[in-house]
Design a protein around this ligand. Structure first.
Ligand code: XUL
Ligand code: CO
Length: 435
């Protein structure tokens, strides 16, 4: 018996009147030479979908899922896996993402915890083969247990650093065993609460060392996909070292590791950092470190990580436009790091949430593809930078002219720049034509 009562959502076209159906997501439809499924590479996440019980700082469990109240933790872990695979089936989502502590209970020692993770991973592997499902990425939970309260790799206690290294090693092995396309690092506790007890210089060095160890191990075991760092500016710590794409780039480039390490960009984290979602994608792409997406929506009034399902088509259209411009996903994809609201207590709410957001993404993909194919927006941007294509200006950008030479040329030719309109409103009107 399955936990859900919903039937598998089908593509019914834009005119469908069914409550649970795809209007735009037609999995095998080709868009710009690739199927929609290959463009979007949707993933469901373990932690919000089956681990979180609906709690908030003021109250506990609202969902009352049977596996949260089971006396046999390993049996509950298998039950959660069954529900995850049923959800993937009903939504036609091909990938999943997990933390080690999501899939299996923590034991009395790391050895026991690792054995639990391995046992459930074996159970998951069998279900993957049966349902043709894939792992987008795995990650180690280095933030929930109280041992991490003062940091994971950046903890003042070297034993915590060592413990993290050991936990990551096992999680990388398990992710590789499940054929994971990427391995993620989100530094939930890599930051500080007060400078009064913090040695920033040491903590940055430790974070860098951990990343170097992970890259080395990735090569050692032949893990093909990239390591993805997930930027976030605050929450849980007041000041996070992985603030945003630009900050994470400085860590990656300090190791010269742009080939091995990319970023996993989350909408809610982007707006908490004071950026837009599309800004973070465009910047990562410009810096050569765009990897994957954690898909959700922050609340524009609340200053915390509300992780709602994203259904805003115009916002998604701008994000998809940047993703297509970046060449689309290679190993990455769109992981629903999103949770239903704590009042959404019906089992099927989870299915409706994923299907609705997938459909919004599909519509955004169609909009963005039309923007690319028309080329009007690109044409207007190219025109703005056209002056740089002359031989002399190219030479200036390539460092072939010194400051004195440029200065002499400006005086000699009486260069006198004339401002031109940025045409923002015309561009915004143009975007609305596609949405
Ligand atoms: C937390 C968050 C994490 C990461 C994985 O804000 O986004 O769930 O995605 O650790
Ligand atoms: Co995330």
């Amino acid at each position: 018996m399955t936990f859900f009562t919903a039937k598998k959502a089908k593509y019914e076209g834009p005119k469908s009147r069914s409550e649970l159906a795809f209007r735009h997501y037609d999995k095998n439809r080709k868009v710009m030479g690739k199927t929609m499924a290959d463009h979007l590479r949707f993933a469901i996440c373990w932690w919000h979908s089956t681990c979180w019980p609906g709690s908030d700082p003021f109250g506990g469990d609202t969902f009352l899922r049977p596996w949260h109240h089971s006396s046999n933790e390993m049996e509950a872990a298998r039950q959660k896996a069954d529900v995850m695979f049923d959800a993937m089936d009903l939504t036609s989502i091909d990938f999943f993402c997990f933390h080690d502590r999501d899939i299996a209970p923590e034991g009395q020692s790391l050895k026991e915890s690792n054995a639990n993770v391995t046992a459930i991973a074996n159970y998951i592997e069998k279900k993957m083969a049966k349902g043709k499902k894939k792992c987008l990425w795995g990650t180690a939970n280095l933030f929930s247990n109280r041992r991490f309260m003062a940091g994971a790799a950046t903890n003042p206690d070297p034993d915590v650093f060592a413990y993290c290294a050991a936990q990551i090693k096992h999680c990388m092995d398990v992710t590789k065993g499940l054929g994971g396309a990427n391995y993620v690092m989100w530094g939930g506790r890599e930051g500080y609460e007060t400078l009064l007890n913090t040695n920033i210089g040491h903590e940055l060095e430790a974070a860098k060392r951990m990343l170097a160890l992970v890259i080395e191990y990735k090569h050692k075991i032949g893990f093909k996909g990239p390591i993805l760092i997930e930027p976030k500016p605050q929450e849980p710590t007041k000041h996070q070292y992985d603030y945003d794409v630009a900050t994470v780039y400085s860590l990656i480039s300090s190791l010269g590791a742009q080939k091995d390490v990319k970023v996993n960009i989350e909408q809610n984290h982007a707006i908490l950092a004071g950026h837009t979602f599309e800004h973070e994608i465009a910047l990562a792409s410009a810096l050569g470190i765009f990897g994957s997406i954690d898909l959700n929506r922050g609340d524009y009034q609340s200053g915390w990580d509300t992780d709602q399902f994203i259904v805003d088509v115009p916002e998604l259209t701008l994000a998809m436009y940047e993703i297509l411009k970046a060449g689309g996903f290679t190993t990455g994809g769109m992981n629903f790091d999103a949770k239903i609201r704590r009042q959404s207590i019906d089992a099927d709410d989870l299915i409706h949430a994923h299907v609705g957001s997938m459909d919004a993404c599909a519509k955004a993909l169609l909009n963005a593809a039309a923007m690319i194919e028309d080329g009007v927006l690109k044409g207007m941007v190219d025109e703005r930078y056209a002056g740089w294509s002359t031989a002399r200006n190219k030479a200036m950008l390539q460092g072939k002219e010194s400051l004195e030479q440029i200065a002499a040329r400006v005086e000699k030719n009486n260069i006198n720049p004339q401002p031109k309109s940025g045409r923002q409103e015309r561009l915004e009107n143009l975007i609305n034509r596609y949405c």
